[in-house]
Design a binder for this molecule. Structure first.
Ligand code: ATP
Ligand code: NI
Length: 311
């Protein structure tokens, strides 16, 4: 069975005079037929984790732990696999990425059409009508033929997002990692993308939806993982995380939803170069106790939490 299993994944960046702990000891499983949402405030490490899984980290990054992709041959640890193998067997094929800043990831000198057609040729070499195939995928992502003749610098943010969404879907990946994929999209395109995710999940594939927007996660996720300062602090079935959150940070995110109390979580996340010992949320938490000076482990039940004094 195809599965992605993250086991104690950490990512650190060495910067002049400091180490940035962007991802800290993340263990998470993504199974066929599910959409997992990874939610958390800006800067908590969501995109860094996505980049780590696809071998897109810069040279100043070090990883530890494993991210094992099973199915289709021997298990592959994505964190230690060579760039060549990732490029030829994983990226776009088994795992597709909708990057967070799509415009920056498009080739500047080629039209959207040329990039999509090339992706069709790479991923579907037997398809003798790549133009039509590219157009079908583009239309599903909300692009018109005229949009396809534009170069990346001629695309609005929302159009670049649509091109990136189409490009990530061309290879019919087993897992789609979608990093804030609805940025700049009109509501009907958001609905279309969510339908696309549901189709993948119904087809026993998987989606890892990265978002800072819990309301977006609520619409589509089967499970929600809440990340704080690089750590997964709670993970469980979407309904349970939203209705009965166990971590005080998740409780805060739920209360910040417009249809709830609409009050933001007070305070600021810590600097990742200067993580306080113990629970990183303790300084912002109204329930912190002496025991929170020790980093709480994530429990291993279906609705897991990393907190000494859960809600
Ligand atoms: N190349 C790098 N060198 C040093 N620090 C980095 C590097 N890339 C990312 N970081 C740091 O890693 C942390 C996590 O960043 P990341 O982009 O994963 O956040 P995020 O959760 O995706 O936030 P957002 O919702 O704003 O996209 C941030 O503090 C960021 O500054
Ligand atoms: Ni991000």
């Amino acid at each position: 069975m195809t599965e992605l299993v993250l086991d104690h994944v950490s990512v650190r960046f060495t910067v002049p005079g400091a180490t940035v702990s962007a991802v800290n000891d993340v263990s998470l499983r993504v199974r066929p037929g599910e959409c997992v949402a990874l939610v958390g405030e800006s800067g908590c490490g969501k995109s860094v984790l996505a980049h780590a899984l696809l071998g897109f980290l810069p040279g100043n990054a070090q990883t530890s732990g494993t991210a094992t992709l099973t199915g289709d041959g021997p298990p592959l640890d994505l964190l230690s696999t060579s760039d060549r193998v990732l490029a030829t067997t994983v990226r776009g094929r088994r795992i597709g990425l909708i990057p967070q800043s799509p415009a920056a990831h498009l080739t500047p000198v080629r039209t959207a059409r040329a990039q999509l057609e090339e992706a069709v040729r790479v991923h579907h070499p037997a398809d003798n009508a790549p133009r039509e195939h590219a157009y079908r995928v583009a239309a599903r992502a909300g692009l018109s033929p005229a949009d396809l003749d534009r170069y990346p610098h001629e695309l609005s943010g929302g159009m670049a997002q649509r091109v990136a969404n189409a490009l990530a879907l061309v290879g019919d990946p087993w897992l789609l990692i979608a990093d804030e994929p609805t940025t700049g999209l009109d509501p009907h395109l958001v609905d279309g993308l969510i339908e696309e995710f549901r189709r993948m999940v119904d087809d026993d594939r998987a989606v890892l939806l990265i978002t800072h927007d819990l309301a977006a996660a609520q619409r589509v996720a089967d499970r929600i993982a809440v990340m704080y300062a690089g750590r997964v602090v709670e993970v469980g079935p979407a309904g349970r995380v939203l209705d009965t959150p166990r971590h005080h940070y998740s409780r805060g995110l739920v209360d910040a939803l417009p249809d709830r109390a609409f009050t933001p979580v007070p305070g600021q996340p810590p600097l990742l170069t200067d993580l306080p010992p113990g629970c990183s949320f303790a300084p912002r938490c109204g329930h912190a106790a002496a025991v929170c000076a020790v980093t709480p482990a994530l429990t291993d039940d279906t609705h897991a939490v990393a907190c000494h004094v859960p809600c």
